[in-house]
Design a protein around this ligand. Structure first.
Ligand SMILES: Cc1cc2nc3c(=O)[nH]c(=O)nc-3n(C[C@H](O)[C@H](O)[C@H](O)COP(=O)(O)O)c2cc1C
Ligand SMILES: O=C(O)C(=O)c1ccccc1
Length: 389
């Protein structure tokens, strides 16, 4: 029988009989403020911050809020199954942890704690190239949990080749290639504090342990760490890449490839033509293009263009179970969540990330049932109306 994620609700009430209440809020939109109260301004600013005035991040929320669910009645929702198939893998629910780099700014256990939380809940973990812990160590922490790897597509081919080789050897099965960050955007919250994690030695673990990266340095990392950081900043992404370059990744990675950061339907068509398996409709949580289309507003057109050719995933603004419902109804197969779990990690380590996952999936399970559905596959645009603004 499929797992009933909604049972978390009763578990919380039962604990309450012994006077115990959840350590973190169950409304995950409250985590950001708590993190601001309890964690350092540089790190919290980095996680919470966005491009420009923050209008894209706000638009992501507004586009989800503007869609309202139209619940249906009397449809036998007693037995529910949240499982979905994504790129040939069976997932227990339509949710994965988005790649979030530099997590040691949130908690010393960083990516390993987030990955353990994902594995404990059976949810895939997408490890960032810019993690604070080397990919092999995170893989070990995950046991048999589903491991996916996010690639920042470096200028240096040999570093990319080496990363793909290491990721495969460490048991990562799918490759997420992030296309929306060839440069870091103008981010006033970080600029005003003059705070960039790499300059504090965070986010370079995969590079500093990499033979191909080290071969490009004039002096060993320990002898000149500042030069190594500068080399990293100059090469981890590449604004010169174009669509034909994807052939290199297709040749060097056997498993599924998913392009992250697609917003235009024509780019989805190019992705399909390039022979990749999926796309993530995402504006990077509003952290890249200020004034960008809200991710949820871009989703229906991309899903339509991709139909039958690509798996469509979604992120940017997911905070609640009903947000997951809406993204699926707009055409996504599964969603990724970013900032909420980074705050959960910062506030309560692995347990905090598990709390975020369980809240999101319990609320999604209940929203599904209360709206007349027993599984994700039956959600369509007919389950939503769009409020006029
Ligand atoms: C602190 C932080 C670091 C991130 N690092 C990466 C990264 O290394 N690679 C990547 O592809 N996306 C990265 N992202 C973007 C997320 O994968 C995801 O697209 C975004 O957080 C989703 O929006 P949400 O935070 O509203 O859920 C990062 C996001 C944050 C907040
Ligand atoms: O901050 C980000 O959004 C991000 O994607 C990133 C880029 C490089 C290193 C770490 C995170």
């Amino acid at each position: 029988m499929a797992k009933h994620w909604a049972d978390f609700q009763y578990e919380i009430y039962l604990h309450g009989m012994t006077g115990v209440v959840p350590r973190l809020p169950t409304d995950l939109t409250r985590l950001e403020r708590l993190a601001e109260q309890r964690l350092g301004p540089g790190p919290v600013g980095y996680v919470a911050g966005s491009a420009g005035t923050g209008s894209t991040a706000a638009a992501n929320r507004a586009a989800l809020e503007r869609r309202r669910i139209v619940p249906r009645m009397l449809r036998d929702v007693q037995e529910r199954d949240l499982s979905v198939e994504v790129c040939g893998r069976a997932l227990p629910a339509p949710l994965a942890l988005a790649p979030v780099g530099v997590l040691s700014i949130m908690h010393p256990d960083a990516e390993s704690a987030a990955a353990r939380a994902a594995a404990a809940q059976g949810v895939p973990y997408i490890l960032s190239s810019a993690s604070s812990t080397p990919m092999e160590e995170v893989a070990e922490a995950m046991g048999d949990g589903e491991r996916w790897f996010q690639l920042y597509w470096a200028k240096d081919r040999e570093v990319t080749r080496s990363f793909l080789h290491r990721a495969k050897a460490a048991g990562y099965t799918a490759l997420f290639v992030t296309l929306d960050t060839p440069l870091l955007a103008w981010r006033p919250r970080d600029l005003d504090q003059a705070y960039l994690p790499f300059l504090h030695g965070v986010g370079t673990a995969n590079y500093f342990t990499d033979p191909a990266f080290r071969a490009g340095l004039a002096k060993p990392v320990d002898e000149d760490p500042n030069a190594a950081v500068r080399h990293f900043v100059g090469m981890f992404a590449d604004p010169g890449k174009t669509w034909p370059d994807l052939a290199f990744l297709r040749e060097n990675w056997e498993g599924p490839i998913v392009l992250k950061g697609i917003l235009h339907p024509d780019d989805a068509l190019r992705a399909a033509d390039a022979g990749v398996d999926g796309v993530v409709v995402s504006n990077h949580g509003g952290r890249q293009v200020a004034g960008s289309v809200a991710a949820a507003d871009a989703l229906p057109r991309v899903a339509e263009a991709a139909a039958g050719r690509l798996t469509v995933l979604f992120d940017s603004g997911i905070r609640t179970g009903d947000d997951i419902f809406k993204a699926l109804a707009l055409g996504a197969k599964s969603v990724l969540v970013g900032r909420p779990y980074a705050y959960g990690l910062g506030l309560d380590g692995q347990a905090g990330v598990e709390h975020v996952l369980r809240c999101l999936l319990a609320e999604f399970d209940l929203t599904l049932a209360l709206s007349g559905h027993s599984r994700p596959a039956t959600l369509t645009a007919d389950d939503l109306i769009e409020e006029s603004v």
